[in-house]
Design a protein around this ligand. Sequence first.
Ligand code: ARG
Length: 390
Amino acid sequence: MSEVVLAYSGGLDTSVCIPLLRERYSFDKVTTVLVDVGQPEEDLVRGDLRAEKLSDEHYHIDAKEEFAREYLFPLIKANGSYEGYVLGTAIARPLIAKKAVEIALEKGVKALAHGCTGRGNDQLRFEAIFRTTALDCIAPMRDLDLSREWEIDYAREHGIDVPVTKERPWSIDENLWSRSIEGGHLEDPSFEPPEEIYAWTKAPDALTPSQIVEIGFESGVPVSLDGQAMGPVELIVRLNVIGGRHGVGRTDMIEDRVLGLKARENYEHPAATILLTAHKDLERLVLSRSELRFKASVDDAWSELAYMGLLDDPLYADLNAFLDQANSRVNGFVRMKLYCGSASPVGRFSPDALYAQDMVSFDSETLSQRDAEGFSKYHGFQARLMRRKA
Ligand code: ARG
C-alpha cells in the first residue's frame, strides 16, 4: 500500500491536495499533519474537522512552545528582519516540515507532500527540510500548475467547503509571530489595503491613550511582562492583544522573494514589533560599539538564511553560537510606550550596561574634560595632513 504524509494547514490548497494525492498520484492512504504554531483556535478546529473528513489519518501537533523557544528566541537574538519583514511565516515553515518528516519516518512512509505553489518561498522552505531525508517529495499545486479558480471548482466537486470567496479573496497565514494577508486587489501595489484585511490590529488612533509595557529580558530573550514572569507563548499572545489595540506593527511592503519575484506583502505583528524594538534597544545599552557593528552583519546573514528556510545550513548553527554568546549579557528591562501605531522605548535598565553615568554626565567629576584634549589633537589627523599637501 502506498502512503503519503501531507503537511496540512486546513486551507484551500492543502485541502485540495488530499483528493489530488489519491486521484493523480495513486496513493492509497493520505495522512495529514496539522501543526499548531499559534493559528487562531477556530482555524485549527476547522482544519481538524476538514482533515478528519478528507484524510485517512490525521495528526494535530501543538508545537507552540517549541516554536517560541527554539525558533522565535533565536530570531529575537538576531533582531530577525528581512527587508523589514519580521519573518513570521518563514521561521515557522521549517518546524512544520520537521514535524511532518518525524511522522513519516515514525510510520515508515516513503513520501512527503506540501501544498505550496511554484511562485513563493514556502516550497523552498518545506523542501529544504523534506530533502534532508531520502523520502519522495511531492508538490501537487506546483506540479499540476493549478490555478485558484480550478482549485475552487475542484474543491466544490469534492465536497470541500471553500474558505475563500470572490468578495474576500485574501490568502492568510497566521502564527504567534505574524499574520500575513495576500491576494485579491492587494496584488496591485498601488491599491490601499481596506481596513477589513486586519484582524490583530486596530487602525492607529491618536485618541486612544498611550500605554507603557515593561519587557524583562534574560540572555537576550523576553521573560517577563510588567514585572510578572511569563513563558514566551503567553507573553507573545498578550503583547499581540495589547499592541493590537494601539495599532502597533502593521507593515505594507514590497518584498523580494527568493526566486527573484517582487511581491506586495501586508503583515501585522504587534508583539514582534514591541519585542524586537525593545531587544534592540537593550542591546545598545549592553553591547560594545564593536560588537554592535559586527552583530548587525550577523543579524543580516541570519535573517537571510531564515527567510530562505536554510536552517539546516551549517552557517545557521555557527551564527546562533555567536548570537547566544553576544546575548548572554543582554539582561534587564525596557519600558515601551505604545501610542497611535508606534512602539518606542522610553526607559531601559541593565545590570550589565556599558553605561557610566558618572562619566557621561554634564556634572561629572570623575573625569576631567581636559583629558580629551590630547585625543582631539590626533582625531582627523590624516585628513589634515592630506589637505596640507593639496
Ligand atoms: N512573503 C512571506 C514569506 O515569504 C509571507 C508569505 C505568506 N504567504 C503564504 N502563502 N505562505 O515568508
